[in-house]
Every structure is written in structure tokens, then in C-alpha cells.
Design a protein around this ligand. Structure first.
Ligand code: 5CA
Ligand code: ZN
Length: 409
């Protein structure tokens, strides 16, 4: 699939700092020091509804990770998927009486537009589940042939016991795993499974549902976790730097994905850090397509809200925190954007060299965006109150805010 156009990332004077980020697997901070090419996989959307603020907040977090790396003069190799066939997508298409392929294409197109408007850097490889099927089939065959997977009435399940490191991404206890598995696409109560937690790798063709040639697996479609693993291993290989997504993907998705990859390769770990963004809520409940309590990026854009203000609203919260979307959050961002734009539109101002270093320090400190915004606020305040004589300062602030925060002033 094609991704979306990249906005330019201005180069800043000096050099950025290495990223210290919270890793779910170890429960602590890790300092990421990738080679010249940093590798990141971020789980993409299931395209059955438009991009909401929760999605945008999660993609914002991983966009910042890349901006920190780019500021250290590294290249970034970024891969993202689109879950363009899965139960919720098929269910929505049936509910609305529309073709599931058309639904996925329409919502993916809208997602690209939203990401472009928000100045999110595009992945180099943007891969749909459907187009990944030819690569998924041999992986499932290998797992089955090595005894790490088994058949149940034509479906193929992964055996979690095959991975000695199973459980080391989420560190959840069995009871919680079972509960979350039932809630998030698993089937812990299906009779005949070796372990209730075992996830499906290949679902045999069902009446009335799309299916593909699965070679020795028979016709069917892939499970959710193996989709991301096949794409990640194909384009990044093992031991990549960051596996990213929202905290609702910690279990089962990222736990199972890591186990699939580790069992397939015999290497550990799949990723150097498992990074998870908090959940954005609306009216006290997690924003989710299935609940329908949503604020869409595209709707705000249609209402004339500047995408830079939407982005500033996302940045006003620390990525790991759960937070609530309110009109106030957006109003504050609109007002802040106005102040910042007024401040950089003057021909000179107070020196911004220290501000660039403050931004770098804040972002490298587990993406501390509230501290970063406060630093720009202080420069803008000084500019308004006292001004300054540095002719390069307003331009440098614009470039730094663009390069490090993705906000065009
Ligand atoms: N296609 C799968 C991943 S392979 C999926 O989870 N799709 S999704 O459309 O449901 O979510 C896309 C991304 O947005 C995921 O990283 C998910 O964790 C994140 N996300 C979903 N809802 C929220 C929310 N309310 N707040 C923050 N992030 C969210
Ligand atoms: Zn995924």
C-alpha cells in the first residue's frame, strides 16, 4: 500500500539526545541507542471507522520517537500495518450493508489524510494484512511443522507454551490474561485448546467470509498477531528498537506477537523496547470504535480547526498517561497556537539556543511533552513581554517546534 506524503523535518543546529523511554516488558526506562538506522514498528488501524483522538494520540507518541532519533542524525526505518481484514471490519460492513473492501479502502484513505494534516511522518512500508498473506502462510506452516502450533477443527492455534519467554511483555498474571484474551479477540473458552490463551494463527474459511489460499493450511485468513509479526520480520528483522501501540495492545497482541517471533527465530527479544501510549477517553470511557464515543480528527478539520491545534492538544498530555478529551483541551491548544504564532512572527526576539536544548532534554526524557510545551510558552512570554535582538531566534523556534514536535507555526 502507499502511505502518505512526508512533511519536511528541518535540521537543527547541534545534535539531539538519545531517547530514554519506558519499556513495558522490563517495567523501567531504557536508553535506546540504535545504530545509524533506528527500526520501529507501530501497529496500524483496523479501518472500519475514522481516525479518532485516541488513535491520533498514539501515532503522535511514535512520531515523536522518530523526531528524537532524526535529531540525533540517525535514519529511521518505520513500518506500520493496516488490519484490512478482521472480525470487527467484516461485522461493520455487514451491519452497514456495504462491501468490506470498499469500507477498508475508504477509511484507510481518510486515515492517510488525517496523518498528513497532523504532520505525522509516514512509514517507509505501509502494509495491509491482505497483501501480507503470502508471507504469513509459510510462517504458520513452520510453526505447525515444528510443533509450536496445532490444528483444531481446521483452524491453527499457536501454543503459548512453545515460547519460554511467554508473558514477559505484559507480565500479567494468568487470570488477567484470560480476561483480556476474551475481551480482545481471543477465544479462551473454546473447547479443545491446549491452553485457553492460545491465539489463532490461521482461521479456516467460514461460510460467507472472505478467504485466501493457505497452501497446506487450506483456505482461510490469518490471525491478528501473526499479521504484525510477519510484516515486522519481513521489513525490520528481529531485535528492532521499538514495538509501539496503545496500552490496549499490551495483551494479547504484543505478548503473542513477541512469542510468535521468538519461537520462529529462536532469538530473544523481538524488540528492544515495547512502548505503549495511554488511552484517551471521552465522557469517562475509553474512546473506542465499538462503543462509538468518538471525536474524529476529520470532523474537527471539517469544522475548521487548525490541525496544528489538534496536534498541540495531543502534545499537552504525557503519552503514557490516560487522559480525557474535552473542549477545554482543544480551546487551550488553539489559544496556545495563537500565542506561539504571534511570538515567532516578529523579526527578532530573545535567544532561542537554550530553548532548543530544553526541548531536546524534555523529549529525550520519556517524551515529556508538557515540559516541552512549557519551555516554548516561556520563550513566547519573554518575547511578548520584553522582546529581544536575536534576528535568528524566531526562525529557530519555528524550526525547532516543527522538527521536534511536528507543529508548523
Ligand atoms: N489494527 C490493530 C493493531 S494491529 C488496532 O488495534 N487497530 S485500532 O484501529 O483499533 O487501533 C489503532 C491504534 O490506536 C492502536 O495502537 C491502539 O492501541 C490505539 N488506540 C485505539 N483506541 C485508543 C484510545 N482510546 N486512546 C489511545 N490509543 C488508542
Ligand atoms: Zn499490530
Amino acid at each position: 500500500m502507499h502511505a502518505w506524503p512526508a512533511s519536511e523535518v528541518p535540521a537543527l543546529p547541534g545534535k539531539g539526545r538519545d531517547l530514554r523511554i519506558h519499556d513495558t516488558a522490563t517495567g523501567g526506562r531504557v536508553t535506546l541507542a540504535p545504530g545509524p538506522v533506528a527500526r520501529i514498528y507501530v501497529c496500524g488501524i483496523t479501518p472500519y471507522d475514522a481516525t479518532h483522538m485516541g488513535h491520533a494520540a498514539t501515532y503522535n507518541a511514535f512520531d515523536l520517537v522518530q523526531r528524537v532519533w532524526l535529531d540525533t542524525k540517525r535514519q529511521v526505518h518505520y513500518v506500520q500495518n493496516v488490519t484490512d481484514v478482521d472480525d470487527p471490519l467484516l461485522e461493520r460492513a455487514i451491519r452497514d450493508g456495504i462491501d468490506w473492501v470498499g469500507l477498508a479502502e475508504r477509511e484507510t484513505a481518510l486515515f492517510r489524510e488525517d496523518m498528513t494534516a497532523l504532520r505525522m511522518l509516514p512509514p517507509q512500508h505501509y502494509i495491509g494484512a491482505v497483501e501480507a498473506i503470502p508471507g504469513i502462510v509459510p510462517l504458520v506452516e513452520r510453526l505447525r511443522d515444528s510443533g509450536a502450533a496445532y490444528e483444531l477443527d481446521g483452524d491453527i492455534y499457536f501454543s503459548v507454551e512453545a515460547d519460554p519467554h511467554f508473558g514477559q511483555v505484559s507480565n500479567y498474571d494468568t487470570e488477567l490474561m484470560r480476561h483480556l484474551s476474551a475481551e480482545r479477540g481471543g477465544d479462551p473458552d473454546r473447547p479443545g485448546k491446549k491452553n485457553p490463551l492460545d491465539p489463532m494463527l490461521w482461521m479456516a474459511a467460514r461460510e460467507g467470509e472472505p478467504s485466501w489460499d493457505g497452501g497446506s493450511l487450506g483456505p482461510g485468513r490469518p490471525g491478528w498477531h501473526i499479521e504484525c509479526v510477519a510484516i515486522a520480520l519481513d521489513h525490520l528483522g528481529m531485535g528492532f528498537d521499538v514495538q509501539g501501540g496503545g496500552s490496549d495492545l499490551i495483551f494479547p497482541h504484543h505478548e503473542m506477537g513477541a512469542s510468535h517471533a521468538q519461537t520462529l527465530t529462536g532469538e530473544f527479544p523481538m524488540a528492544k523496547a515495547y512502548v505503549h501510549a495511554g488511552m484517551v477517553a471521552l465522557h469517562g470511557e475509553k474512546m473506542s470504535k465499538s462503543k462509538g464515543n468518538l471525536v474524529f480528527v476529520s470532523k474537527l478539520r471539517r469544522d475548521g480547526v487548525d490541525p496544528a491545534a489538534i496536534r498541540l492538544a495531543l502534545l499537552s498530555h504525557r503519552y503514557r498517561d490516560d487522559w480525557e478529551w474535552t473542549d477545554q483541551v482543544l480551546d487551550t491548544a488553539v489559544e496556545r497556537l495563537g500565542r506561539w504564532r504571534a511570538a515567532v512572527s516578529r523579526p527578532d526576539g530573545p535567544s532561542a539556543d537554550a530553548l532548543v536544548e530544553e526541548l531536546r532534554e524534555a523529549l529525550s526524557d520519556d517524551l515529556d511533552t508538557p515540559t516541552a510545551l512549557a519551555a516554548v510558552d516561556r520563550w513566547a512570554e519573554l518575547q511578548t513581554a520584553e522582546g529581544g535582538t536575536d534576528e535568528s531566534a524566531p526562525g529557530l523556534v519555528s524550526r525547532a517546534v516543527d522538527a521536534l514536535l511536528g507543529v508548523a507555526l
